[in-house]
Ligand binder design. Sequence first.
Ligand SMILES: [Zn+2]
Length: 138
Amino acid sequence: MPRTNQDVIRIVKKWQAAGIVHELTCRIDSRHAPLMPIESLGKVVLACPTCGTAQEHIPEFVLDSEPSLDAMTQRLEAANQALARHAEITRTLWTYTAATLSLGLVAGLAFGPAASLIGVAVGTVIAYAANRNRTRAP
Ligand SMILES: [Zn+2]
């Protein structure tokens, strides 16, 4: 099936936004803003937002890249979610560790060393109960 102009614009926009491949840049000066696909006289051209230069040639490897870009984007999203989840668990554990130790310290200061141990034990049970659901696999 031949690509429509809408297909080409979608694919080029995806390439330019992917963040994992080098963007198509202006041939006048590659430091200009990344090229934008626009329709001009029935064709898709790559326009430079900085200087207005348009180039007609769109590399074939860009046009063929959509399935790979989609697959890579999905994998990156999954990896980012895993990282965010890990950070959330770490943050949660630190919060409850600090709360548990504080409880032990306060109990110890108020009622002596034996109470401190009880405070830590109670804090640990509370932290475990509160944490169980948050650290469980989704
Ligand atoms: Zn330019």
